[in-house]
Design a binder for this molecule. Sequence first.
Ligand code: PPS
Length: 318
Amino acid sequence: MYNIEVPDDELYKKLDTPFNKDFVKISLKNDPTKFCVMPQSFVDLDLERIKNMEIFEDDVWVVTYPKCGTTWTQEMVWMIGHNLDYKTSLEVLLDDRYPFLELQGIVPSYPKNMFDECVNMPRPRYIKSHLPAFLLPDQLWTVKPKIVYTARNPKDTAVSYFHHYHNMNGYQGTIGDFIKTFVNDVMMYAPMNNHVIDFWNIRSQPNILFLFYEDMKRNLKQEVRKVMKFLDKDYSQDEIDKLCSHLSFDSIKSNKMINKENDIKHLMSIAGREYNPEKFTFIRKGKVGGYKQELTRESIEMLDKYIKKAEFDIEYHF
Ligand code: PPS
């Protein structure tokens, strides 16, 4: 079903970090345009078991390309799906309420078997993944549980991904080099364009809700209402206002159940580095258009070309 290719390209090697290395290009044998770059450990651990995973119609998935507002979307969807259960939300880590399916495949030293965690969750299961559509479980497309997909403009996504890679994964290269790997589709989870297109093309199916990070920034209440409708929930205006405060940038940033502080500390200690919240926090800037302050003209042009290359009818709001 798949071709697993070990790419002979210097750019891939630049991305090796203590957490993710030995990247391979996984493609569909009968359609090589469907490909994704992942570490070999993902192939060894997760590829087959995820493909064959049993899906239930009451699952609620959040799927995104990395750094598109996954965590924010997860908390919004979880709260709306759980009758605004603040008590549990404030007591249980989001990563335990909404586990990350392929985390062990991409970080093999991660102490939990995340696949088993997801499989064995009490139903309805809430599951996060960054995998592209063609690597997700086959049964997703027949059982059709609810899937919320969030997209973000690739320029802010790439910058956010750089900071993640630099601070959490130990990437030593420059931001300019990172953008090169991003637009050349050799980044982990690349290509971003195809990732988004595959969900954009099925966005009108009733079990898919396609959101934009930028819309959440501009009018969170409106996006909350979309999710309520999608999950058949009804809350009062006051409840929606309270939820939007809970989901605000400052609130998420200071919420230890959501801001991944412990995970970052753990990952950085494995890499022999010290966590310093003055330098990096997972909930970092939370801006639309923040790339303008961080990228050179050359990198912006590269990303503009990359977006154009996709030739889809999505208009990103920068
Ligand atoms: S990951 O690692 O892929 O799961 O990361 P992900 O959660 O997708 O993306 C992290 C970025 O989302 C921003 N974020 C927010 N922005 C605005 N408002 C709220 N409430 C919020 N919560 C998370 C976070 O700051 C990261 O973006 P950057 O640009 O790096 O700040």
